[in-house]
Structure formats: C-alpha cells, structure tokens
Design a protein around this ligand. Structure first.
Ligand SMILES: NC(=O)c1ccc[n+]([C@@H]2O[C@H](COP(=O)([O-])OP(=O)(O)OC[C@H]3O[C@@H](n4cnc5c(N)ncnc54)[C@H](O)[C@@H]3O)[C@@H](O)[C@H]2O)c1
Length: 330
C-alpha cells in the first residue's frame, strides 16, 4: 500500500528514518526522504567514508551523521532504516537493525549468499520488524497493471515471459563487482519474472554472459552482457537479458506472451485454434541524464512509501539513548 492510494495512512508525526550507506543509492534515498516521501523524516546518515555522511547531512538538513551505523541503531529517534551499503554488508546490517527493533528497507540484493539471506530474513522475523527489499519495479504502475491482469486471469494462461534491462553506459568498470550483472542487475528481472508468473516458480535456469561492451575487462572478471532462459513449474518459459551499455538510455520493458482465452476474443479467432496474444509493459525508458537519480523516476519512491506507511502504524521501537555526535552538538 502507498500513501498515494490511502492518504489518511500517512504517519503523523512522520516516521524517523536513517540511511546507512550514502553512496550513489543512499544519497538518492536520503534526498527523497528529506524532500519527497510524505510521512517520513530524515533523521540520520551513516557511512564509514570520512566526510561523506557529514556532507550529505549538511546539504539535506539532517540532524545526525556518523561513521558507525551502530550509533544510529542505538538512537530512539531512528524508527526505520534504509540500507544502501554494498550488498556483501546487507545481511550484517539487516540483522543489527532488526535486533535494534528498527523497520528495515534494504536495497537489493538482500545478500550475495543464500545463507546470509536466510540469516537476514530470520532476524527480521524473530524481531517482528517490517522488512522490505528494494525491488521497485513491483511498484511501477505498468507492472502493477500487468500483475493484476495476470492474477485476474484476464491474460489467459501464461506461456512466455521476457524481461530485459538496459543500463545506459559502463563508465566505471572498476566499480562493478564480479557477477554483478546477475546478482545486482538481472536480479530485478528475476524478481518480476516471479512477480508476473501468476504463482508459477522457475524449475530450470540456463545462463550465458560475456564482456561484449568492454572485452579487455573480461580477464579481470567483468561480465557486461547476459542472457538467461528459464522454465517454470507451470510449463511456461521465460528469458531475461541485460546489457550495461545501451546508449539510448535506461530501459526496463517486459513482454508477456500469453494464450488468450476464447471468451476474451470471441470475434477474432476460430474457437479451436485459440490465439497467441502479446502484452507489454515498461517502467518507462529514461534518458541517461535522468537515470535513477531523478525524482521523475517515480517507482524508486514507492517502496519507501510503502514501508514508511506501514512503519507509521506501528509503535516506535524502544532502544537505548544515543551516545554519539550529531550536527547540533558539533
Ligand atoms: N534498486 C536499484 O535500482 C539500485 C540501483 C543501484 C544500486 N542499488 C543497490 O544499492 C546498494 C548500494 O549501491 P551504490 O551504487 O549506492 O554503492 P556505492 O558504492 O555508491 O555506495 C555504498 C556506500 O556504502 C558505504 N558503506 C560501505 N560499508 C558500509 C557500512 N558497513 N556501513 C555503512 N556504510 C557503508 C560506502 O562507503 C559507500 O559510500 C547496492 O546493494 C546496489 O545493488 C540498487
């Protein structure tokens, strides 16, 4: 649920949210929380890089910053956290936030290893805290419409799904961790291919990847282009593919090819042939200049709104008093 759909649920007073890890995505989340998410208040920033959290705190009028996220977790003013550290740290921070009783929004992927993902999920369940992963495509209007159509049976039996992701450019290959095209990029496609499969689950997966954009980086472990094929337990098939460099911009279309039932197209197909129809949705191609840092890329706001709406209806977590610096104490 989002406040857009239910404005009376916007928390008042606003939920105090801190951001842990204020690199590219964390700074984006912090900016949204400071200015654009109804019912939320940006109350703290943490990042081990000296000066980074402090700089963003000054820019956004955030009252607290620290190098050590544990200090934020000890502060009762922090009711929820947004975790935007690199993925290998996610599980550790999720577990710590859950133990501190904070609602957790964590960027994808939940972890790089299954055992860490299980550990993080168990910690949030045991602590009974809200927990959400940043799969923003689920909140895009078109993807929501597609899911409603699938679940209502309006598209008939799903036979084939295709999802693709195009990032606009690969400018800093040294910042791309090994396997990122699968674990950090195509993970969005894997998510929507489950989200839109009407409950079917993948049972077979085949994958190929290469360094086609920057072949010279292949020996250093870079994979910048990938294709994945899946078969579901329903018998449906799917493909997902990704490229780190589509020069026309950021693009996330999804094509859903289905068998339309006779009743939905009574005048267009002979009864005994059925019909293969197609339906497409997209998170709206975004020019490289806007990419993910633009407020116009609305789906990125939605998950935060959902967790914040829910967090606002829960009693604030009880935690110990903070023992750390804040801008007002400097
Ligand atoms: N949902 C999306 O579309 C999307 C897009 C880009 C990135 N992401 C995800 O966001 C996360 C962050 O990516 P990024 O591109 O912002 O990375 P980044 O490297 O730009 O930023 C990560 C920040 O976390 C800080 N950090 C590292 N360890 C920390 C710790 N223990 N505590 C606090 N801060 C710590 C780093 O100093 C850095 O400033 C990744 O999981 C990535 O997959 C999601």
């Amino acid at each position: 649920m989002t406040p857009d759909a239910a404005p009376h649920l916007i928390p008042n007073p606003p939920v105090g949210v801190a951001v842990i890890g204020v690199g590219l995505m964390g700074a984006h989340h912090a900016e949204n929380l400071a200015h654009r998410v109804p019912g939320a208040r940006l109350v703290g920033l943490a990042d081990p890089q000296p000066g980074l959290a402090e700089r963003h705190a000054a820019r956004l009028g955030c009252p607290r910053w620290t190098l050590d996220y544990q200090q934020l977790l000890a502060d009762p003013a922090v009711e929820a956290v947004v975790i935007a550290t690199p993925a290998p740290f996610h599980a550790e921070v999720i577990v710590a936030a859950a133990l501190a009783g904070k609602a957790v929004f964590c960027e994808k992927p939940i972890a790089h290893r299954l055992a860490d993902a299980d550990r993080a999920i168990a910690a949030t369940r045991n602590a009974r805290v809200l927990f959400q992963i940043g799969f923003q495509r689920r909140f895009d209007r078109e993807f929501v419409r597609a899911r409603d159509l699938v679940n209502s049976g309006g598209l008939g039996r799903i036979q084939f799904l295709r999802s693709l992701t195009r990032d606009p450019s690969l400018d800093e290959p040294e910042r791309v961790p090994p396997g990122a095209i699968f674990r950090e990029t195509l993970i969005h496609d894997f998510d929507v291919l489950r989200f839109l499969a009407g409950g079917a689950e993948p049972v077979e997966v085949y994958a190929m990847a290469d360094a086609l954009v920057l072949p010279d980086w292949k020996s250093r472990g870079l994979l910048d282009s990938a294709v994945v094929a899946l078969r579901y337990d329903s018998g449906a098939l799917a493909t997902a593919d990704a490229s780190f460099q589509a020069v026309y911009g950021y693009d996330v279309p999804l094509v859903n090819l289905v068998r339309l039932t006779w009743s939905t197209t009574p005048n267009r197909v002979p009864r005994d042939h059925g019909c293969i129809g197609s339906w497409t949705c997209s998170a709206r191609p975004t020019p490289p200049s806007l990419f993910i840092l633009s407020p116009e890329f609305e789906p990125k706001l939605q998950p935060r709104r959902a967790v914040i709406t829910a967090a606002g209806r829960r009693p604030a977590a009880r935690t110990a008093a903070p023992r750390w610096c804040s801008r007002s104490r400097r």
